[in-house]
Ligand binder design. Sequence first.
Ligand code: ANZ
Ligand code: ZN
Ligand code: ZN
Length: 837
Amino acid sequence: MSIDNFPQIDKKQQDRWEKANLFASPKMPNGKKFYCLDMFPYPSGAGLHVGHPEGYTASDILVRFKLMNGYDVLHPMGWDAFGLPAENYAIATGIHPRETTQKNIANFKRQIKSIGLAYDWAREIDTTDPHYYKWTQWIFLQLFKKGLAYESTVPINWCPSCKTGLANEEVFNGKCERCGHEIERKALRQWILRITAYAERLLEDLPTLDWPESTLTMQKNWIGKSQGASVTFNIDGTNETITVFTTRPDTLFGATYMVVSPEHPVLKTITTPQQKDAVEKYQADSAKKSDFERADLNKQKTGVFTGAYAVNPVNGKKIPVWTSDYVLMGYGTGAIMAVPAHDERDYAFAKKFGLDIIEVIKSEQGVEKEAFTGDGELVNSGFLNGLRVKESKAAMIKWLEEHHCGNAKTTYKLRDWVFARQRYWGEPIPIVHCPKCGVVPLPEDQLPLRLPEVEKFAPSGTGESPLATVDSWVNTTCPHCGGPAKRETNTMPQWAGSCWYYLRYMDPHNENALVDPAIEKAYGPVDCYIGGAEHAVLHLLYARFWHKVLFDLGVVSHKEPFQKLRHQGMILAYSYRDKMGNYHAYSEIDFKDGKAFLKTTGEELSPLIEKMSKSKKNVINPDEILSQYGADAFRMYEMFMGPFEASKPWDMKGIEGISRFLRRVAQWGEKVQLKDEADERKLEILKNKTIVKINEDIENFRFNTAISGLMVLFNEAGKLTQVSKNTFETFLKLLHPFAPHLTEEIWQLRGYEGFLVKSAWPQANAALMQDDTLELGVQINGKVRDRIQVPAKATREETEKLALASAKVQRNLEGFEIKKIIVIPGRMVSIVAAPKK
Ligand code: ANZ
Ligand code: ZN
Ligand code: ZN
């Protein structure tokens, strides 16, 4: 076999690893465990994108590094396989989503395996496998029993094109995340998960996590904790009251009007007959708008006076009550006290409708031009005058509590999670509706509740899932009273299966429990989780929520599922357009001197860095790269492109460079002469420094600089025609996590037994790392036997030790015993020895 036929080496070594079952994790790890988790992919029909292996290669480097450092490693892979694409394909073609999914999984698996990633395939899971979703359904039952899953008819985001309800998180700028269609509001019976019950704990534990700062901030903002007060206002001349939530109780003296949301029930009773028509028309208009549109800060404010007046509890002033859609029903109490002097939205509204503006916090610029939202001294505020904002808040809350018209209050932006889809290809919700008993959970021994076969996969569009058409499945008996009953026909959203999969990997074949508690205790939590930043909010929040529920149930023993988290950056690509704006594929282009010319006409094309997409003809197919350059070049290039978290473009020149490097390593590895010892003083320092650098770089996800470090080391070692075995082994071991196939091939070729991943990671010798070294002669009985490198700052003892560590000195001392060692700093070491008796 030629050593530079990389694809052939890949295959050979992958087969050897598989035969040796090299990456199987123990059922129970020893004390030194490392659980490395990749975000599992949705097996799409398009196959692997080069973005997938970016994260997978990083985790593989980490895993091989940990294995070589003696850890028991858990490194699994599986499939997040429910979801809309397979279902939409089924609707279009009639091919069952199961079939499409299985085919796509097989292709993904083949591709992932061809990269040589160290997965324990015996632990593979598939969220659409009834053995798996049995436990997803089991968790739903536990949520239901704890009152954390409830039914409610609520207006939900409805995509008229996908004909399904969507979670808030799947709506972007008022449009469907999947198809881009404008979202409507539609009242539907839904299953809802009470994630808000965990808001505080989801927030509280964030500081314990080693996660990217931006992701922690996004989670925090999504939970959106606000501390302030609720204040109750009487409505003049009625028995009605309106309670508001405010973060600024200190500004109560500056409240000059109130606003209630157009959906607020109080409008019915407080609106005066004169204002009734105007208010009702306004309500009808705003029902057509999305929350997103309504909350838009830049939008012109609209609103209508209700005719009613509220009484400001702190000073008895009557202030008008308006309705406007900038106040949302779903937040706080759906009503606000407006303080135009110190709130931007209120300011814009007051200016537009000519309402009073009273300054209560002294600002230098005055409030003629805009609201002042900073800190300052309270004015026009009775007992608060002279205090600062923070003290005034506390003082006002105390006053409100004493006068029974308000109290301290905390709210969250987080909403409960709409957990139902009117779709076929999802986990059936294990609930039965009985005319006598109501909502009845399926007994656990009836799980899994399997998806029935259906004839048509298309959603009915009435808001019911295609499951509703399968009478034989829908009609069942009530587990409680035995009478006729109907099954729930909504299915779970795609998030469900990915909320807990990391637990199943620990114990994937357990028929009696989701995970054995002892195994969970030993393998959990995930030590390092790697995946895209697009999951920074939803997936991670949902998984943390389920994990905390399972923690409360005693199913898991750790408070948080993912201790460390890292996101890979997006891989972009160069796309090329001609003057007409048409895109051209790489195969149509001649690349010359860093420029691109269209083969047919010679026209120079302009490059653009863009997201990879078929329409831009810039998609890089991993299969092609692998068959041309081999897996090691592919892996190393992906790691070498730039900082792991950064977005960066794929560049063919880059992979060529890596490929040349690997070819040089191959030739050297094949031919270099190995010595038991060699004169490598210069190399010794570099070698030890490189070990330390690679250790730090791997732990800190600086794979690109780690590779540079390996190249620097090879620039020195690679020009030698003979090296010490230690240097040779060290270099191969350091390179192994990055280029496992070639290093393994060389290892085997040079007669080493076993596998590199089972060998011990090189240890750095700290004494041999300083640049400032001196060369000292070592004499034995007056004769110079060796010259050694010693750190300039070395102590007498260290110098002595280094002298005695020299192989030549040791050889010359054989049969002698040391009588005395004299160190003359900076000059020499002199050993006095006498023959052993
Ligand atoms: C009076 C006030 C004075 C306010 C002031 C702000 C500044 P966060 O921080 O996002 O929680 N608000 C309360 N409920 C609302 C709703 N349903 N729709 C729209 N706005 C609402 O925001 C809390 C503040 O947003 C509250 O404090 C309230 O306005 C407004 F100088 O009350 B504030
Ligand atoms: Zn849609
Ligand atoms: Zn019943």
